[in-house]
Design a binder for this molecule. Structure first.
Ligand code: DHB
Ligand code: MG
Length: 221
């Protein structure tokens, strides 16, 4: 099925998504630096993130897990001139490529990349940091439950939280799979279930050039 999923993603991309030299350059540079491109979101997924931000008139965006900043581009481009993105990357080698891609992207809003474990960076943010309107959780999966708690502390009523990679080709329902990443995702579902600070939450499976995976989306009460 993978080949057909990828071909359909190419079809969607060729019809509905802008040809964008800066996004292409980001993908190329990421490839040239030898980083695993499959860690980035697909173009049609990036557009979905952009649209969620636009639909909700979000201005302040937080991303956990910059990787090479491909998703960061989509987040930043969704924003009005007074927007702001804080993106956090735990792996220095990824952050270096991410920063280079951001520097080359001619973005019109400030994008701040902080290096460190997302939980540590979030705990060290100044106490007067304004809450974020949109949060994309895409860092190490084993820490997702901790990230949900920390992100809720940096949210307001109406903040949208999107979590990437919540299906992992079905590994989440494989009882034999006890990888820390998979256990982390399961614990994230358990945390979101009937959470007093979550107004609504769902998850959607996706197939495409990145395989079979999915997003969870939550609105903060
Ligand atoms: C992996 C991480 C991601 O965030 C992703 O979107 C795909 C794969 C990984 O660590 O394998
Ligand atoms: Mg991801």
């Amino acid at each position: 099925m993978q080949q057909q999923w990828s071909e359909i993603d190419t079809y969607i991309e060729s019809h509905l998504l802008p040809q964008d030299p800066i996004l292409s350059q980001t993908v190329q540079n990421t490839h040239d630096k030898g980083l695993a491109e499959h860690l980035a979101v697909a173009p049609n997924q990036g557009m979905l993130l952009q649209m969620l931000i636009q639909m909700n008139h979000c201005k302040r965006v937080l991303e956990l897990g910059t990787f090479a900043a491909y998703s960061t581009m989509w987040l930043a481009r969704a924003l009005p001139a007074d927007g702001y993105v804080l993106t956090i990357e735990g792996r220095e080698a990824h952050a270096l490529v991410g920063q280079e891609n951001i520097n080359n992207a001619k973005l019109t809003v400030p994008v701040e990349l902080k290096i460190g474990r997302a939980a540590d960076v979030l705990r060290e943010l100044p106490a007067d940091t304004a809450p974020f309107d949109f949060i994309f959780i895409d860092a190490d999966k084993q820490s997702y439950p901790e990230y949900i708690d920390l992100c809720l502390e940096h949210s307001h009523s109406g903040t949208i939280i999107v979590l990437d990679n919540v299906i992992r080709a079905g590994d989440i329902i494989d009882p034999a799979n006890h990888k820390p990443s998979i256990e982390g995702i399961r614990a994230a579902y358990n945390k979101l279930q009937n959470h007093p600070q979550i107004l609504s939450c769902t998850a959607l499976q996706t197939v495409g050039c990145k395989g079979h995976d999915g997003f969870a989306i939550a609105i903060v009460k």
